[in-house]
Design a protein around this ligand. Structure first.
Ligand code: UD1
Length: 368
């Protein structure tokens, strides 16, 4: 029976693998023969960045934890490659399935392909064009050694075609993150601080910032926060603080008075906050997909996006990193002039099923 390694390393991976695992489990219950081994690289290791997501999303305990922990880009990449290679040499699998664009995605793809274990990449083909983002390097390297490409959009398909990928290897399946969002929509629940902070639906903002370009330098981060404080007109701004961001934030004096700093939130609480927010201000990529599906206005503090359909079709707008651009955008929001947006093709909750159907066909020849 074919054995698939499912790789998970960092927070944005977990909602994606949850959808694939649900569909693989359903496939097995219906008599299918695909087996999987869940491998956590340990890139994210805190309960708040990792464990809580496994519990809430019903992801089984990893079969193997490579426990690489924190480090520089090269240290993390190297540690993951060494440990995953050792595992494959000891117990080989038939396919390495990686998701998204984090360091674990690239590192495991390289280790697998060098041992001639084929690679499937979920969320293949997306590109920001910004080589200063480690994620863009991860996407490009991973896609250059991927065998089977599972894509979220026609734009991703085009990017792959332009890179010379054979059409037969591109599978436009939709968005696994949205599978997980739709599966859990009825389970979303307010965080414990909801009443303590006196939050009311539609009368607060959610902010998330963790990109090195925005948060690693104290001066520019402080100017960005001041612009957020000024543009949000005193209504609460809930800011779940990523560990990377916390380090710079701790050294900043004079934060805006309406900023409410909270810990990183588990999945159900975070998406409840997003669903009921007036708008989200973020430098994340994945969140722009969730706001698009929930119809919540989203202001992205980046100069580029690898998810252009969230702008052309969805509720997202690229504001850039210049703090002066934020207030005019927020003024439009307060004036009720934000676009409504629609939902991209195949973001329908059935992506995991489509992926498993392709995998079952591809791996059928490996029947035991
Ligand atoms: C990583 C991903 C990014 C993703 C983000 C979501 C890469 C290149 N980047 O960035 O795409 O959007 O995760 O969270 O893979 N830390 C903790 N606890 C943890 C994990 C990390 O305290 O559980 C600390 C680390 O020590 C480090 C910082 O957070 O100082 C950054 O972690 P790291 O995994 O290097 O990258 P992220 O910035 O989280």
């Amino acid at each position: 029976m074919p054995l698939i390694d499912i790789i998970a390393g960092a927070r944005p991976n977990f909602m994606k693998i949850a959808a694939v695992i649900r569909s693989l489990d359903a496939h097995r219950s219906n008599g299918g023969n695909l087996r999987y081994r869940l491998i956590h690289t340990g890139q994210h290791y805190d309960a708040r960045m990792s464990g809580d997501f496994f519990t809430q999303l019903g992801i089984p305990e990893p079969d193997i934890n490579l426990e690489v922990g924190s480090g520089t880009q090269a240290e993390q990449t190297a540690a993951i490659m060494v440990r995953y290679e050792a595992l494959l040499m000891q117990a080989r699998s038939d396919l390495c399935l990686v998701v998204g664009d984090v360091t674990s995605t690239m590192a495991c793809a390289i280790a697998a392909q060098k041992l001639c274990v084929p690679v499937a990449h979920v969320e293949a083909g997306i590109r920001s064009g910004d080589w200063t983002m480690p994620e863009e390097i991860n996407r490009m390297v991973t896609d250059s050694i991927t065998n089977w490409f599972f894509t979220t959009s026609e734009i991703a398909n085009q990017n792959l075609r332009h890179a010379g990928v054979d059409e037969a290897h591109i599978h436009f399946v939709g968005n696994t993150m949205i599978d997980t969002l739709l599966t859990n929509m009825d389970r979303l629940r307010p965080p414990a601080f909801w009443s303590e902070l006196d939050l009311r639906a539609g009368e607060y903002f959610v902010v998330t910032l963790h990109r090195p370009a925005n948060v690693d330098a104290g001066g520019s981060f402080a100017r960005l926060l001041a612009a957020i404080g000024e543009g949000t007109r005193g209504i609460p701004v809930v800011f779940p603080v990523h560990p990377r961001t916390a380090k710079t934030l701790a050294e900043l004096p004079n934060l805006p008075a309406n900023l409410r700093l909270v810990d990183p939130q588990p999945y159900l609480e975070f998406n409840y906050l997003v669903k009921h927010a007036k708008a989200v201000i973020t430098d994340s990529g994945g969140i722009t997909e969730e706001t698009t599906v929930m119809g919540v206005p989203c202001l992205t503090l980046r100069d580029s996006t690898e998810r252009p359909e969230t702008v052309s079709m969805g509720t997202n707008e690229l504001i850039g990193t210049d703090p002066a651009k934020l207030k005019p955008a927020l003024d439009r929001l307060f004036a009720g002039q934000w676009k409504q947006g629609g939902i991209p093709e195949k973001w329908d909750g059935k992506t995991g099923e489509r992926i498993v159907e392709v995998l079952a066909n591809k791996l059928a020849s490996k029947l035991a």
